[in-house]
Design a protein around this ligand. Structure first.
Ligand SMILES: [Fe+2]
Ligand SMILES: [Fe+2]
Length: 258
């Protein structure tokens, strides 16, 4: 997706979000309320698409255009190289989230968790908290991996004590009457009691529900935090023989047929 198409997609999200906010405020107007789909409406959309919603952005452009040729990766790619050459759909969102965490005075580990929390959606969107934690686990602290893994489940559950509400965007994405599956509820219940609950919760607090396609946050303010908390393998991500090297190679070469 080029930057214009990406901006369009983000705008769609923002508009949907605005519609939901209006629908909530004017809850009695059936015309407005009808704009928010039910879970059954979302289910009906499945067969209207040539792809499944869980497929990563790197593999399936959402606007129906052809994929673009990707720039070659350097021989020993770093996390920064992946940000500039492969995380094209997700980097703006996670940079905005990390920037918010920085402004809110979060710890460096929370800022890093925000910076990494959604980038795995380039290859897989379903259960992206678990996939994302796995992608980064060999290179980050256990606490940051915990925050990435569980931000996904916590997003469905409000925590008024820290000002976290159920996102309006989820009413549009999942349907107004959506109930998360039992494993998400069970994960939430157990994470709620964990000593690192707040690490994962603060990712949801500093996540963004209104994507701003015009706000471009550079990676520069985060380079030193990455240097201190991300163990970059000297051979390059994908060449280091770690348990997840194949995931990095898949992101580097998504056009490889097997
Ligand atoms: Fe997420
Ligand atoms: Fe996010």
């Amino acid at each position: 997706m080029d930057s214009e198409a990406r901006a369009d997609a983000l705008e769609e999200h923002m508009m949907a979000q605005l519609n939901t906010a209006i629908a909530r405020k004017q809850g009695n107007d059936p015309k407005v309320a009808a704009q928010v789909p039910t879970a059954a409406d979302i289910e009906k959309q499945i067969e209207t698409r040539p792809y499944r919603q869980g497929a990563g952005f790197l593999f399936v452009p959402r606007k129906g255009e052809n994929v673009k040729r990707l720039s070659p990766m350097p021989p020993n790619p770093t996390l920064i190289d992946f940000f500039s050459l492969r995380f094209t759909e997700t980097s703006n969102h996670v940079l905005q989230s990390a920037n918010l965490a920085l402004k809110n005075g979060m710890s460096e580990e929370i800022i890093l968790a925000c910076l990494l929390h959604d980038v795995v959606q380039e290859i897989m969107r379903t259960d992206h908290g678990w996939w994302g934690a796995q992608l980064f686990e060999p290179y980050i602290s256990e606490k940051v991996a915990f925050a990435i893994r569980y931000h996904q489940a916590l997003r469905y559950f409000p925590d008024p004590a820290v000002g976290y509400e159920y996102p309006d965007l989820y009413r549009v994405m999942f349907g107004s009457d959506y109930v998360p599956p039992p494993y998400i509820e069970a994960t939430y219940q157990s994470v709620r009691k964990h000593k690192w609950y707040m690490e994962a919760r603060l990712v949801t607090v500093n996540d963004l529900y209104a994507f701003d396609p015009n706000a471009v946050v550079p990676i520069d303010p985060f380079i030193e935090i990455i240097g201190r908390h991300f163990k970059q393998p000297k051979e390059g991500l994908g060449n280091d023989n770690s348990s997840v090297a194949h995931m990095w190679r898949t992101i580097a070469r998504p056009d490889q047929p097997l």
